[in-house]
Design a protein around this ligand. Structure first.
Ligand code: UD1
Length: 416
């Protein structure tokens, strides 16, 4: 991607559907054994891989524009080869769905962004507590459930997003009621529950985020619209902020970003909010937000960390980032430094001393959100930045260069 930095972004764009919502929903479609139509589904590499996996399993799965049609009636196998599993983390969510639908599942360990160790022990422990026999050997996880899975009380050690999704998928068709205390409360979890309720599942969400899932005998298909992507929202807002621009994101839900929006205001950005749009007007120079600590929802999302880091790189003052979810979230810091950012990383803490100007360089995406941070930084760097490793970016952003061009950025993809 070739980025001529320095143009303030101006205008309005629609926000894509949420990657982290549609991926578990596609796995959940396996439970319905029938046809589901998903609207507002982003066109992403990760979605392509989930659809390819569904086809491998014998299902029908097609995407036309932003609509996906899945028919899981004719599922013919319950194993997933390594080449599918390795490409994304959400592939592990098939485990709960397959063992519930077919009584068995045999999958390789999942891949996804390299953010440090990403074990699956919570997923395995949950399935075992629900009576599933799980064996891990030769790089594969093999599950068997001779009868129906049993609903049980579950209490998560950490509100893991993926583990909560596994618990939900294993529980909706289980015998009896499952409660999940200390469940993840991310909006994408709510969206998954909304989808499953549309399919006939019985899920109640407590005020504290706990879940009560009463197993039903069968689910049916439905038509469902995927929620907007709150991390893509932060990405385009950060791009507007670093370029001194003014951008309106149509479809963005302020209610999903209650921790991030005050932070953007602290940097001097002005925000105009409606229930489904966010307009950001950037100041001439951003102010450092001081401290950014990532937390499970409703805290600042770990995925927003690198984007806020790109903003802090050009803000007036010093910002301290504390990452509380992953071991290695700041892999993009070294690449940001190539653009002239001043960042010191010590384990899960990064100190960013804002500079007045970044300068163009050749940089490489380190992971999905790190890549988005480099793209954001490139938009305000003086000169022509070349960004490589776009396979990371394409996993989570639908044609970002087209949306940025609509906002007046000078960005293009170069054929290699
Ligand atoms: C999901 C999101 C990812 C986001 C993350 C945290 C998707 C596709 N990805 O990832 O973008 O950054 O939530 O909001 O939705 N852990 C274990 N054992 C497990 C599972 C998790 O130790 O079995 C640890 C992880 O290593 C990590 C922490 O728990 O340190 C949180 O992980 P989790 O919430 O599960 O993230 P993901 O579902 O992988």
């Amino acid at each position: 991607m070739v980025i001529e930095g320095g143009r303030p972004l101006r205008g309005e764009i629609p926000l894509q559907g949420a990657k982290n919502s549609v991926l578990p929903i596609l796995a959940a479609a396996v439970l319905t054994g029938s046809r589901c139509r998903l609207r507002n589904c982003p066109q992403l590499r990760d979605v392509d891989i989930m659809l390819e996996t569904l086809r491998y399993l014998g299902c029908r799965a097609e995407q036309q524009g932003n609509t996906v049609e899945v028919d899981t009636a004719a599922i013919s196998r319950c194993d997933i080869p390594e080449e599918y599993m390795r490409q994304l983390r959400s592939s592990v969510i098939f485990l709960g769905a397959l063992v519930s639908r077919c009584g068995q599942a045999d999958v390789a360990y999942p891949g996804g962004c390299d953010l440090g160790a990403r074990p699956v022990d919570y997923h395995v422990a949950i399935l075992r507590q629900m009576g599933v026999q799980v064996e891990e050997s030769g790089g594969r996880i093999v599950c068997r459930s001779p009868g129906r899975i049993t609903g049980v009380p579950l209490s998560l050690l950490f509100p893991s997003v993926g583990a909560t999704e596994t618990a939900i998928l294993a529980a909706v068709l289980a015998e009896g009621t499952t409660t999940v205390v200390h469940a993840a409360r991310e909006p994408e979890i709510r969206d998954l529950c909304r989808f499953l309720r549309c399919c006939g599942a019985r899920i109640r969400t407590g005020r504290d985020g706990s879940l009560e899932i009463e197993g039903v005998a069968a689910l049916h298909g439905c038509t469902f619209s995927v929620m907007p992507d709150r991390i893509a929202a932060v990405t385009y807002l950060a791009a507007a902020a670093v370029t001194g621009g003014e951008v309106r994101l149509k479809g963005a839900r302020p209610a999903h970003l209650t921790a991030v929006l005050p932070l953007l205001e602290q940097t001097g950005c002005r925000l105009l909010l409606t229930p489904d749009s966010i307009t950001l007007t950037a100041p001439a120079r951003l102010r450092a937000p001081g401290t950014v600590c990532t937390m499970p929802y409703p805290g600042i999302p770990t995925d927003a960390g690198p984007l806020l880091m790109a903003m802090a790189s050009v803000a007036d003052g010093t910002t301290v980032f504390v990452e509380n979810i992953f071991e290695n979230r700041f892999r993009c810091a070294a690449e940001l430094c190539r653009l002239g950012a001043r960042i010191r990383v010590e384990n899960r803490v990064a100190v960013v001393q804002g500079v007045e100007q970044l300068y163009a360089a050749h940089v490489a995406c380190t992971d999905l959100r790190g890549g988005a941070a480099l793209l954001t930084a490139g938009l305000c760097a003086q000169g022509t930045t070349v960004l490589t490793g776009l396979r990371h970016l394409d996993r989570g952003y639908q044609v970002p260069e087209i949306y940025l061009q609509k906002l007046g950025a000078c960005v293009r993809r170069r054929d290699v």
